[in-house]
Ligand binder design. Structure first.
Ligand SMILES: C[C@](O)(C(=O)O)[C@H](CC(=O)O)C(=O)O
Length: 306
């Protein structure tokens, strides 16, 4: 059962994790209830809701700015509700409009119990940061997005960690991208996210130059950034690492294999996961706790077992 009470607000918990000296926050990408349950069962203490995964799993579409605020906040809120003790960092793309909309996005993410959101400087018709020919908004438009998020946070009783993402590295270069991040930090961002880093030198420089602001590393499988370990990222100086594609690649391969086996042989018995029962999956998703809850309340539906 997902629990409604919040012992420590998600943002407070994430801030405490960021303040721990030797800690790197490792956030596996999740995009639905099942992938969230898998990451939680594995013992991760922070999760990342990927916008790419949300767009693909909820809409069956590529990461091209198609998901709306409603798609994103509903998914983020559902994911955050599964275990309130584990903070969720969620993609908020461009914030979905002008300052008013960015403020509304921030308020809704806060209300949904999301610990942190990232807002970027691409045009609203954005694309995945690891694709080519991205278009940017002007710096003042970007900074206004971040300021709108910070102002909404200040005006509310809640808290949310604001992560400023810039996609400017590819078209404007390192100096301009970092200058955008500095301005975003001055406007109220707590964490910096230089998207699609292409060298270790850039990685080291950005962590050093923006210190003490924590910097996030986006580890996209097959993307522009070389694959590095958590240990190496920590040594470079990153404080958060997100793995947007973590659940999607393995899911694609495994489901494809099972689908092929069914199509070609008429039975599924050899593919990875063919031996996982429906009941096992329900247990992963809280079957036993749900039964206990029903019985404790005096329900009789499950008293004889399920
Ligand atoms: C982080 C990201 O925004 C996401 O949607 O998860 C994407 C990841 C991806 O599309 O591979 C991005 O880096 O733009």
């Amino acid at each position: 059962m997902s629990k409604p009470t919040v012992p420590i607000p998600a943002a407070t918990k994430l801030r405490a994790m960021l303040a721990e000296k030797d800690k790197v926050v490792v956030a596996p990408g999740v995009y639905d209830g099942l992938t969230t349950r898998i990451a939680l069962e594995t013992g991760f203490d922070c999760l990342y809701m990927t916008g790419a995964g949300t767009t693909m799993s909820r809409l069956g579409m590529a990461d091209l700015g198609i998901a709306t605020l409603n798609d994103m906040v509903q998914n983020a809120g559902m994911i955050a509700s599964i275990d309130r003790s584990v903070p969720v960092i969620a993609d908020a793309d461009t914030g979905y409009g002008g300052p008013l909309m960015v403020g509304r996005t921030t308020a809704q993410y806060m209300q949904a119990g999301v610990a942190a959101l990232h807002i970027e400087d691409q045009v609203q018709t954005k694309r995945c940061g690891h694709l080519k020919n991205k278009e940017l908004v002007d710096e003042d438009v970007y900074v206004a997005r971040i300021r709108a998020a910070a102002n909404m946070r200040a005006a509310s009783a809640g808290d949310i960690v604001i992560i400023a993402r810039t996609d400017a590295l590819a078209s404007l270069g390192y100096d301009a991208a970092v200058s955008r991040l500095k301005k975003a930090i001055a406007a109220g961002a707590d964490v910096a996210f230089l998207e699609a880093i292409t060298s270790e030198e850039q990685a080291r420089r950005v962590c050093q130059e923006l210190s003490p602001t924590p910097v996030l590393l986006n580890m996209v499988a097959g993307g522009m950034t070389a694959n590095i370990s958590v240990q190496k990222a920590k040594e470079i100086g990153f404080k958060i690492i997100i793995y947007p594609i973590l659940s999607m690649g393995p899911m694609y391969k495994a489901v494809k294999d099972a689908a092929k086996e069914l199509k070609e042989t008429g039975i599924v018995e050899r593919s990875a996961g063919a031996d996982v029962s429906a009941k096992q999956l329900f247990e992963l998703c809280g079957l036993n706790e749900a039964v206990e809850f029903d019985i404790a309340a005096g329900g009789s539906l499950y008293a004889k077992g399920v």
